[in-house]
Design a binder for this molecule. Sequence first.
Ligand code: NAD
Length: 310
Amino acid sequence: MKKILVTGALGQIGSELVMKLREVYGNDSVLATDIRKEDCEVVHSGPFEILDVQDAKRFSSLAREYHIDTIMHLAALLSAKAEANPQLAWTINMGGLVNALEVAREHNTQFFTPSSIGAFGPNTPKSRTPQDTIQRPTTMYGVNKVSGELLCDYYYQKFGVDTRGVRFPGLISYVTKPGGGTTDYAVEMYYGAKENKAYTSYIKSGTYMDMMYMPDAIHAIIQLMEADSSRLIHRNAFNVSAISAEPEDFAQAIRKHIPDFQLSYDVDPIRQAIAESWPNSINCQAAKEEWGFQPKFDLHSMSEDMLEKI
Ligand code: NAD
C-alpha cells in the first residue's frame, strides 16, 4: 500500500490533492500535514498531523511512524507574500525544502514539489517559453523556485532520490481560495462575477499569464508521479499549462454566462511588476512527450464549470 505524506495540505493545492489521493489510494494511505489545523474534510477524512516543515526532527519522525514512501512537499510562501517578506520566504521555502529532501533521502521515498512560472524572469523568452531556457528571476519567490529546481535535481543525481516536479501556472479552483499569489485575480474575478456582477482587477488589461484549472493540476501531479522513471529526462521541473490569458479574456468568458459583468482596474504596482517578469505562455512539449501531460479544460470549459460550482 502506498504511504504518502503531504505538507502544506490545507492550502489551495493541498486540500484538493489530499482528497484526490485518498480517493485513488485509500484514506489511510495519505498523511496530511500543515502548520495549522482547521475543521475541514482533509482533517476529518484520514490521518492528519501538525507539522512545521522547519522542524526537521518531527518531519523525519512522522515519516518513520507512518512508513512513508512518497513525500509531496507543498508548504511554501507564495509570490506576493514572499515579496512582502523575502527573508521569511527564504527561510520557509528553502529551509523547508532542504528538510523535506533530507527526509526523502533518509527514508528512501519518492519526492514531488511544485515549481512555478515564477522561476522565469524578465529576460526569459516570453512566448512559447521553452522547457530549457534562461532562468534569472527578479523576485524572491522566483529565486526560491529556481534554487528548488536545482536542489531537487541535485538530490536525484547525487543521492538517487526520485525527485519530480512541475512549473505550475496560476491555478484556478472553486474549492479553496488562493493563498497570496500573483494570478489570484483570476479566481477572484469569478467570485466577483457571481456575487456582484463586477470585479476590480489589480492586474492591468493586456497582461498575459499562464493558468490551469485545479482538476488538471491534480491529475498532472498524479500522472507525473506514476510515470515510468526511465522516460523522464527533465524531472525538475516540467512546464505545464492549459491557458494563456489576460484579464479581458476572463471577462469575455464570464460574460457568456453573466452578460452584464463589469470589469474595472485598480492596478497594484507590486503584483503587476511580478506579472510582467513572467512569461505570456509556456511550451509544455516536454511534459507531453515524457509523461503524457494533457489538460482537459480550456478557458471556456473552466469558466462554465467555475461559475456553476461557486
Ligand atoms: P497555499 O498558500 O494555498 O498553501 C500553503 C500551505 O502551506 C498553507 O496551508 C500553509 O498553512 C502551509 N504552510 C505555510 N508555512 C508552513 C510551514 N512552515 N510548515 C508547514 N506548512 C506551512 O499554497 P498553494 O497554492 O497550495 O501552493 C502549494 C505549492 O504550489 C507551493 O510550493 C507553491 O509555490 C506552488 N505553486 C502554487 C501555484 C498556485 O497557483 N496555487 C502556482 C505555482 C506553484
